[in-house]
Ligand binder design. Structure first.
Ligand SMILES: CC(C)(COP(=O)(O)OP(=O)(O)OC[C@H]1O[C@@H](n2cnc3c(N)ncnc32)[C@H](O)[C@@H]1OP(=O)(O)O)[C@@H](O)C(=O)NCCC(=O)NCCS
Length: 158
C-alpha cells in the first residue's frame, strides 16, 4: 500500500529531482522525462513539483512566451491519482504564472485522456480545436484536443 498523504506543498522543480521523477514517468505515454529535463534547461521553462515530506506526488511543466504559456506535461504518480493533487498542482501553477503576467495557457491532450480533459475543464480550460490523427496510439493514430484558458474570461475568480 502506498503511504497516505494528507498534506503536500509545491516548489520549483530542480535538476536533482530527476531520480524521484523516474518512477512517475516510467509508464508515461506523454513526453519522456529525458525530453522534459532537456526542456527544463531552457529559460522559457517553468516547472513545479508537488510533494509531501517523503513522497514526490507529481510535476507540471510549462513553456512561457510573453503573456502566453503552454502546458507541456502534468503527471501525478499513479498511486496518488484521484486525490486532488493534480488539480492543486495545476491550479497553483496557473496562479503563479498569472503573477508573472501570463494570462493565456494552451495545451494539447489525447482525445482518449478523459481524466486529463475533465481536470482541465474543472480548471477553466475550454476546447478550442482539434488536430486529427496527431498522436501515435496503440490502434494507429489518435486526435489531439486543443484547449485554452484565458484569465480575462474568469476575472476575479483566478
Ligand atoms: C490527469 C492527471 C494529472 C489527473 O491527476 P489527479 O491528481 O488524478 O487529478 P485530481 O485528483 O486532482 O482530479 C481533479 C478532477 O479531475 C477530474 N478527473 C481526474 N481524474 C479523473 C478520472 N480518472 N476520470 C474522470 N475524471 C477525472 C475530476 O473532475 C476530478 O475531480 P473529482 O475527483 O472531484 O471528480 C493524472 O490522471 C495523470 O497523471 N495522468 C497521466 C498523465 C497525463 O495523462 N497527463 C496529462 C497530459 S496532457
Amino acid at each position: 500500500m502506498p503511504e497516505a498523504v494528507v498534506q503536500s506543498s509545491m516548489r520549483p522543480l530542480m535538476a536533482s529531482d530527476n531520480g524521484a521523477l523516474n518512477a512517475i514517468y516510467a509508464t508515461s505515454t506523454g513526453p519522456s522525462l529525458d525530453f522534459l529535463m532537456r526542456l527544463y534547461r531552457q529559460p522559457t521553462t517553468r516547472a513545479w513539483i508537488q510533494e509531501s515530506a517523503s513522497v514526490t506526488l507529481g510535476a507540471a511543466w510549462f513553456s512561457v512566451y510573453d503573456a502566453s504559456a503552454e502546458l507541456i506535461d502534468l503527471s501525478i504518480s499513479p498511486a496518488y491519482r484521484r486525490q486532488g493533487w493534480g488539480m492543486k498542482l495545476l491550479q497553483t501553477s496557473l496562479d503563479l504564472l498569472e503573477s508573472e503576467s501570463v494570462s493565456i495557457c494552451h495545451l494539447e491532450v489525447r482525445r482518449s485522456n478523459c481524466a486529463a480533459i475533465a481536470l482541465y475543464q474543472r480548471t477553466n480550460f475550454r476546447i478550442v480545436g482539434e488536430r486529427a490523427n496527431y498522436y501515435r496510439s496503440q490502434d494507429g493514430r489518435e486526435d489531439a484536443i486543443l484547449m485554452r484558458r484565458e484569465s480575462s474570461e474568469y476575472g476575479e475568480c483566478l
